[in-house]
Design a protein. Structure first.
Length: 125
């Protein structure tokens, strides 16, 4: 009888995806270079737009970073315990999706400014 392997290609693939998600967000979180960016632009409405967009996106990035930590911890727990209950998996996935949704909500300011700019272009035409 063949011995059953615990590390299947699916589990290795999930580990690679979750690790990539965590490392990408870790890199984005700690290489922020937006501090003082709007000062070099001479102020005005464009500088204010950059300020608002960057601050709201950074707050969202903090939530994405938290989501990646939860996903990574859940994956490690899955590999160590070799079996997780459905409720634990659903709870972790729910928190990851909620925090990821908050990240995307942080980008609403960018969409608002783009709609406003597009409206101004249409009015000028």
């Amino acid at each position: 009888m063949a011995e059953q392997r615990f590390y299947t290609p699916l589990k290795v693939g999930l580990l690679v995806v979750v690790s990539s998600y965590f490392l990408f967000t870790l890199h984005a979180m700690f290489t922020l270079s937006w501090i003082g960016e709007w000062d070099r632009m001479g102020g005005g409405s464009f500088g204010t737009m950059i300020l608002v967009e960057d601050i709201s996106a950074t707050i969202g990035l903090i939530f994405r970073f938290a989501a990646s930590i939860i996903a990574f911890a859940a994956m490690i727990a899955y590999l160590v315990k070799k079996d997780l209950s459905k409720t634990t998996v659903y709870k972790a996935a729910r928190w990851v999706l909620v925090f990821e949704g908050i990240y995307w909500l942080g980008l609403i300011a960018t969409a608002g400014y783009n709609v406003q700019s597009f409206g101004q272009i249409l009015v000028r035409s």
